[in-house]
Ligand binder design. Structure first.
Ligand code: ACO
Length: 331
């Protein structure tokens, strides 16, 4: 059976940097509050005219170049995002058009912060079944344009950033190489603990001036509730991957968690007894970029030489849905 191996990673964030001090001018918040509660110092937000497709395309080009492949070598595209350049079709089709590879299948995954882990698991299965050979997996997100930038929305607004990360996943015959195991979970009982309700087709019509003028158009989160679940589900997902393969926490060379919040990452490290130098964290620079955060972190870690051939690496995510999961791979 084939194994699915990542052979190129890339990332892109918009040029515009938004500091905590910039946010202080928009809402009642403080650099101190944001740093203390989240670890975030800056995030990158798009300028008018920039699209998710732009971010995804730039990240893709970097990943393809590092993989030594051309767009026409890709035979399947999976894009994970919760936002869309359009209500439909999905971002995958827009990216495919930009890559000028008509006919190549493209699909979208809307599993929020767990989107990239879900997408990688799907890619793994298509490669293992020898359906496709080179799959492009992208996490791309624009959050900034959908946030309530007044004091009313400050709990959410300070957390999120825009960006994209991409991975080229290819088939290999090497045993014990590439993706070793994937584990996915969801619990829809908590769907409304972190969600964006509108536009919704259960409303008649699905969007009204009243909704737009109210705060119901913005994403909502019960922060403490999310925090509590995240700090238990991240370690569970990592342990599940280790148990499935017979490895232990000590065997891990690197953990690349979804960048939700520095306090969540530290709590997970403590729970598992992993030192922070084995955990990739870049939330101070980018904030929470939802589906893009793992591939951005993976691409940066690779650039910094923190990922070496043969390393055992665990990717783990938790997010809206609730959804969570892990991917254990041998680089
Ligand atoms: N600036 C200043 N004050 C704020 C802000 C802000 N941006 N946001 C909230 N506050 C205030 C609140 O109004 C509240 O004031 P009050 O005491 O007068 O009522 C006070 O700060 C404390 O609010 P809490 O919500 O209780 O603050 P908490 O310590 O729980 O921190 C946070 C909030 C950072 C959102 C935390 O709950 C958290 O990290 N939750 C996890 C959520 C998360 O990471 N979500 C990301 C998306 S999901 C994911 O990626 C996994």
């Amino acid at each position: 059976m084939k194994n699915a191996r990542i052979i190129g990673v890339g990332h892109y964030v918009p040029e515009r940097v938004v500091t905590n001090h910039d946010l202080e001018k928009m809402m009642d918040t403080s650099d101190e509050w944001i740093r203390e509660r989240t670890g975030i110092v800056t995030r990158h937000w798009v300028r008018e005219g920039e699209t998710i497709t732009d971010l995804a395309y730039n990240a893709t080009n970097m990943a393809l170049e590092r993989a030594g492949l051309k767009p026409e070598d890709i035979d399947f595209i999976i894009v994970a995002s919760i936002a869309g350049d359009a209500q439909f079709p999905g971002n995958g089709c827009f990216l495919q058009a930009r890559m000028e590879i008509p006919g190549v299948p493209a699909m979208d995954i809307r599993n929020a912060c767990s989107g990239f882990v879900y997408a990688l698991a799907v890619a793994d299965k298509f490669i293992k079944t020898e359906t496709y050979r080179n799959i492009l997996v992208v996490g791309a997100e624009i959050q900034s344009t959908g946030l309530d930038l007044s004091t009313r929305g400050r709990d959410m607004a300070v957390l999120f950033g825009d960006g994209a990360g991409a991975a080229v996943v290819t088939a290999t015959d090497e045993p014990d190489r590439g993706i070793l195991t994937t584990h996915l979970h969801a619990d829809g009982r908590y769907a409304t603990k972190l969600w964006s309700e509108f536009p919704s087709v259960i409303n008649h019509p699905y969007i009204t001036h009243e909704i737009v003028d109210s705060d119901r158009i913005y994403p909502k989160m019960e922060g403490r509730y999310v925090f509590k679940h995240a700090v238990s589900k991240f370690p569970e997902a990592i342990m599940e991957a280790l148990e499935a393969t017979g490895y232990t926490v000590e065997d891990l060379d690197l953990v690349i968690p979804h960048q939700a919040n520095q306090r969540i990452t530290e709590a997970v490290a403590q729970k598992l007894g992993i030192s922070m130098d084995k955990i990739v964290s870049n939330i101070h620079k980018y904030g929470n970029t939802t589906a893009a955060s793992i591939p951005i972190a993976m691409s940066e870690a690779w650039e910094e030489g923190r990922i070496k051939d043969g390393d055992l690496i665990c990717l783990a995510a938790f997010g809206a849905g609730f959804t969570w999961g892990s991917v254990l791979l041998r680089w």
